[in-house]
Design a protein around this ligand. Sequence first.
Ligand SMILES: CC(C)=CCC/C(C)=C/CC/C(C)=C/COP(=O)(O)OP(=O)(O)O
Length: 350
Amino acid sequence: MTTVPDTKDERRDAHRALREARQLLDPGLRAWVRRLPEPVARVASYHFGWTDSAGRPDTAPAGKALRPALVFGCAEAVGGRAADAVAPAVAVELIHNFSLLHDDILDGDATRRHRATAWAVFGSSAALLAGDALLNQAGRVLAEPGGPPHALTGVRWLSDATAQLIDGEQTDLAFEERARVSLDECLLMTERKTAALLACSCALGALWGGGDEHATETLRRFGHHLGMAFQLTDDLLGIWGDPRVTGKPAGADLASRKKSLPVVAALDSGTPAGHRLAELYTDEEPGEDGGVPVDTLAALVAEAGGRTWAEEATAEQLTLARGCLTALPGPPEAAAQLTALVNLVADRDH
Ligand SMILES: CC(C)=CCC/C(C)=C/CC/C(C)=C/COP(=O)(O)OP(=O)(O)O
């Protein structure tokens, strides 16, 4: 959504990195999901796009695998091998998908990745338990007997990131009940809900790649900035994204009165459009017919400067992320691949 100095080559590199991450990740991820009891294995398998609602093999979109790509990229950026970092890549993808399964129930979202959400197909109880099962498997993946000596550190980091994710989610939900939320509060919620897991993915990759403390903490910071930019873009797509590309209904965040970053920036702007938006957000709850058209709300967010603020904040976070990649100990191609992923986040449309 933001204009970046991108090239076709970089974009091709980034897509290749995501494809390769998916290939390296999938056998391990499938094996850990297969170990789950029925019916949670079937619900999880549907959620990942491997089977349809009747349990028949399917090839539905399984997600971008951004977090695993960061694990692998950061392992290589400190001079290690991506193939040695499969366990943390599987673990972060399990946590990510636990959070999506639960998030769809909490938000009542009926569509994800262009198909019906797991709860919409199998019911809330089944989807809730499938999420629980993925969360539990993530810890097991890292704590497997015979793992590396730093495995326990990895378990602690992942557990810390998951605690932040849960806290961020509950804060996000609490915002919906509040008339006013400050931008600082919203940024902190974003850091916890989204950036913490991306930062952890990068740190785990560096740890499994044998990086020293300085490189590992630099890459954790890289993941934090990339995560902030990722959620800012997600919030922009949640209002102005093309539903045919995002796989979610148009303006879904506005219809559910989410206090996402562009909305909070608009509400905080002190402009007439911001005041009008505040009246509509609090006084007119979405009714049977959806209440105020989301187009009206989206126009007010833009008029109050919320869209421009979010685009500028995204660009700032991406610049900070790129700045973390200048002096890494691994081969330059590995840092270049991470830069390509940054540009892909900058340019993402789903
Ligand atoms: C505890 C709990 C319920 C937490 C919820 C946290 C939550 C859903 C945060 C949103 C993060 C986000 C932008 C996900 C989309 O990731 P993506 O675009 O990488 O997804 P993909 O895998 O489909 O590509």
